[in-house]
Design a protein around this ligand. Sequence first.
Ligand code: SAH
Length: 208
Amino acid sequence: MEDFQNLKAQLTMTLRGLGITDSSVLSAMEKVPREDFVPVALRQHAYENASLPIPMDQTISQPYVIARMTSALKLTGRERILEIGTGSGYQASILTFLCRRVYTVERLHPLLVEAENRIRALRISNITFRLGDGSLGWPETAPFDRIILTCGCTKIPDALLYQLKIGGIMVAPVGDGRDQQLVVITRTENDFAKDYILPVRFVPMVED
Ligand code: SAH
């Protein structure tokens, strides 16, 4: 049995060294056992600052990118967040410690079922799961205070932009294949202000 506590502490130090200063984000990340979200054969790599493969040709993001995205959401604990791309459920779990409720959408049924089982096993209850095409958002529960896309798109679907509250923040990987950037969008009264913060590489959003 690996000493995950020690590896986890080292990862926190690495993230601090890379400029992640938001201690609420770092402590939420410490609360979630990343080893439970990666394939069993890769558990010993769970606390490396690297993205890892998960089933069905998808990936769990690099911890640094997760920390940047989570920090960019500027959470106070009161938000309702929409996540597109549940994947392993790792990012969603971290968010549950920082907001009121997470609504997460995944199009691949086996991934959604596994993510839900893991998260229930951790006794996290402020999260709702949905199977479907996340490019349509979740109209019945919109608008959201925050929206996070964990799959890349060439253009953010309008349906998602308009499900963001005025004053709300969205974080998304946008661009073509190799040229993808993490964009932070703040919705103002009559506009969407965009800020490009980091080059990234996410699996594509697939519209059904
Ligand atoms: N946030 C995840 C990583 C997600 S990988 C984690 O922490 O593990 C991207 C995920 O987006 C994949 O699981 C993929 O199936 C999903 N996805 C791609 N297009 C989608 C769509 N249109 N709607 C919902 N999920 C989508």
